[in-house]
Ligand binder design. Structure first.
Ligand code: ZN
Ligand code: ZN
Length: 729
């Protein structure tokens, strides 16, 4: 008798939440491998999710897979995690699996090596040889010239030219190249390891003395030496052979400085980074190094939580409160929350660190049952550095250029002392809107319900939501008045005002318009450290992770905006942002000063920031949340719907609300509302907020609800999505 018929349960990248049955094609197969399959008239890539002896479909009606890729991409642990993620965030399993792999793997275009080659020149490769190559063989010449100077790793050749493999192949045929497997040299760290203060030692001992899964929250003020604690923890854990460590940081924090700090500390430990600034090839390469166990330390942003790491022994999440850990489209997961599940599944410690914990983590760490280990770092690690002095300055409409006298005086003091100042305004462009002083018309985007931002220098009006871009107009389209003027201020206008106030100072603006690459940020650091710059004007880009030793003054211009926000998380976000910006002042031995301009100097956010006291602020906010029944005391989700046609949007959301109400009386279904940007990129938008006291009730409802919505007759006419534990409204 032959073996029993087996069926492959394949996960495919399609918006249908089910597995698809296929027959094996004779090639050996196992769970977690890629397969090429026929799907309708197309050929698609899928993943073998399961192998079964049963199928609801008769074998004669099933198709066979076309090809099985020999490499196992997902181990069972990873598939278990992804199954949880798919179910928790109500996102189809195939799309969930496919959205976490590097894009090269997604399209199966890789066919990449399991090892890396290094290319060396043979005696045949000479200057004369290169000179006689036909001029049109530009790329080959380029590769040959580079290899003539020094041996080259495959990854470096890839970065040098497109179609690199052809070039290498030709040169091999000419007999100019030989290759061997690249083996990195083991380097020895020469860095002197700083000694820790008692608090830091206590934190490390508390974490390392417990075995297995445990979550710890390190609540440490800016400058208290959290990174040093992470590094020493990792050092101790990596002493185990093969152990791997995963560190997640917000995208904006993964600066070259941070990466270098880890690299110089762990040169022998093979560190790789995973973030959006890598090329597809680099990303896949680093991913593979993590998967093979070759890389021992992986430092990455949100998506890195799904990196396959067979020997993972610890997960660290720096700045755990940061909103960028939550994905805002497609698979809307929260990397911190997924990390918790991964740590539990792998039975390893997870460490969260921040100066301003999210209220969720604060609640978990301080509540009676001690869900998290609560660890404090309350001293600055560098003894000379004291906390910056934070003050509010009362401003009003008459404040000239939006910059108060007190701030001007403070900047002048810094200029005299050859110290640096940072002026922070979280809005780029010249002015947030163009306004007609005769009829009050304002310039709005045609595709979004938002104002167009004035960019004076380039003479453009831009929509910061959809990228719409047009010439500035001089005449009002409604009343034909020529009295159009920019209203409010952004970074460009502040820069202009500062240039007038301090004509001899060197002023630099740093925002998305001036600073697009990591390299320009590195350059900025050099110029700041050489004191070539006196005043920096910038957005949130400058708020985090940058240490400038001669910067002693921070001025914050538009903090009040957040106080008008309808988002109940706004005070929490503002507090952490203010703390982070303040942390830029006086990091070395010069005391720092922070001046916050506001109309509401006695707002609890500012009172808390002035005292550097997050604890009291967090407790107060938590009490408020408890009284109002908001997270973390309840569980929420949002249904978002958009369509070019308002009527489909309305009908869909109203019917969805009605159906949800019929499903459970334990979940509160709010009225459908329009989000603050009602129309975006030409799409009308609606959303529906739902809330429950128990996570289980919310999840039960979401399961039935999404199943219903997927086959609802208008589902093809609108774009809709479910956001579980949303952070934005
Ligand atoms: Zn007008
Ligand atoms: Zn727009």
């Amino acid at each position: 008798m032959s073996d029993k018929q087996k069926f492959l349960k394949v996960a495919i990248n399609v918006p249908i939440d089910q597995l698809f049955d296929y027959l094996p094609n004779g090639e050996p197969f196992s769970i977690g491998q890629y397969v090429t399959i026929p799907f309708g008239r197309r050929k698609l890539i899928g993943v073998i999710y399961g192998i079964s002896l049963h199928s609801h479909i008769h074998p004669s009606k099933l198709k066979s897979v076309i090809k099985v890729d020999p490499e196992v991409i997902f181990d069972t642990q990873m598939l278990k995690l992804l199954t949880f993620v798919s179910e928790y965030y109500h996102y189809p399993i195939g799309q969930t699996i496919m959205s976490v792999v590097p894009s090269r793997l997604k399209n199966n275009l890789n066919q990449l090596r399991q090892y890396e080659l290094i290319y060396q020149a043979t005696e045949k490769l000479t200057k004369e040889f290169i000179n006689q190559l036909p001029a049109r063989q530009l790329r080959i010449r380029k590769v040959a010239e580079a290899i003539l100077i020094s041996d080259m790793r495959q990854t470096d050749v890839m970065k040098l030219v497109s179609n690199w493999s052809d070039c290498v192949h030709k040169l091999e045929i000419y007999g100019c190249l030989k290759s061997k497997i690249y083996e990195p040299k083991e380097e020895v760290s020469k860095v002197e390891i700083p000694s820790l203060n008692d608090e830091q030692k206590a934190v490390i001992n508390a974490i390392k003395n417990k075995k297995g899964y445990q979550a710890s929250l390190i609540f440490g003020i800016t400058g208290s030496g959290k990174t040093e604690v992470y590094m020493q923890l990792i050092e101790q854990i990596l002493k185990e052979s093969n152990a791997q460590a995963l560190i997640l940081v917000p995208e904006i924090n993964l600066t070259p400085q941070l990466e270098n700090r880890f690299r110089t500390r762990f040169p022998t430990k093979k560190l790789v980074s995973l973030h959006s600034h890598l090329t597809d090839i680099e990303r896949l390469d680093n991913w593979r190094k993590a998967k093979s166990g070759e890389a021992r330390i992986i430092i990455g942003t949100r998506l890195a939580i799904f990196t396959p790491m067979p020997f993972i022994k610890i997960i660290i999440i720096d700045e755990e409160h940061d909103m960028s850990f939550k994905q805002q489209d497609g698979l809307r997961y929260h990397a911190r929350d997924v990390a918790m599940v991964r740590a539990k599944n792998s039975n390893i410690p997870i460490v969260l660190g921040t100066a301003t914990p999210s209220l969720e983590s604060w609640h978990n760490a301080t509540r009676l049952d001690n869900k998290y280990n609560f660890l404090k770092l309350s001293f600055r690690a560098v003894k000379e550095a004291s906390l910056p002095k934070i003050q509010t300055i009362l401003v009003n409409d008459k404040t000239k250029n939006g910059i108060s006298r007190a701030l001007v005086d403070a900047i002048n003091d810094r200029l005299k002392r050859k110290e640096q100042s940072l002026i922070f305004i979280n809005r780029r462009g010249f002015a947030p809107t163009l306004f007609c002083s005769s009829c009050s018309w304002t310039a709005e985007c045609k595709r979004c319900s938002s104002k167009l931002v004035v960019h004076q220098k380039t003479n453009r009006l831009k929509c910061h939501h959809c990228g719409h871009d047009q010439n500035i107009i001089n005449q009002c389209p409604i009343c034909a008045s020529m009295g159009l003027r920019p209203l409010g201020s952004g970074t460009q206008k502040v820069e202009e005002a500062l240039n007038k106030l301090f004509p001899n100072a060197s002023i630099l603006r740093v925002d998305k318009d001036t600073t697009r690459t990591k390299k320009s940020l590195t350059l900025l650091h050099d110029r700041m450290n050489n004191r070539e710059i006196d005043i920096l004007v910038g957005t949130q880009m400058l708020a985090k992770g940058h240490d400038f030793p001669f910067l002693t003054l921070v001025g914050i211009l538009d903090a009040d905006n957040a106080l008008y926000s309808p988002d109940y998380r706004a005070p929490e976000k503002l507090f952490s942002q203010l703390m982070q910006v303040s942390g830029r002042a006086g990091r070395s031995n010069i005391a720092g000063e922070v001046l916050i301009q506001t109309v509401f100097p006695h707002n609890p956010v500012f009172e808390g920031v002035k005292k550097h006291n997050y604890e009291i602020f967090a407790q107060t906010l938590l009490q408020e949340r408890e009284q109002m029944g908001l997270p973390p005391f309840s569980f929420t989700a949002i249904l978002r719907v958009e369509s070019k046609q308002l009527k489909y949007c309305e009908q869909f959301i109203n019917d969805a609300a009605k159906y949800a109400e019929s499903l459970s009386n334990k979940v509160v279904i709010y009225d459908p509302v329009r989000p603050s940007i009602e129309r975006l990129k030409g799409y009308e938008r609606f959303q529906l907020f739902i809330q429950a006291n128990a996570r289980k009730d919310l999840q039960n409802l979401l399961k039935q609800w999404t199943a219903y919505l997927r086959q609802y007759h208008l589902a093809n006419r609108v774009k809709w999505s479910i956001d579980v534990d949303p952070l934005e409204f």
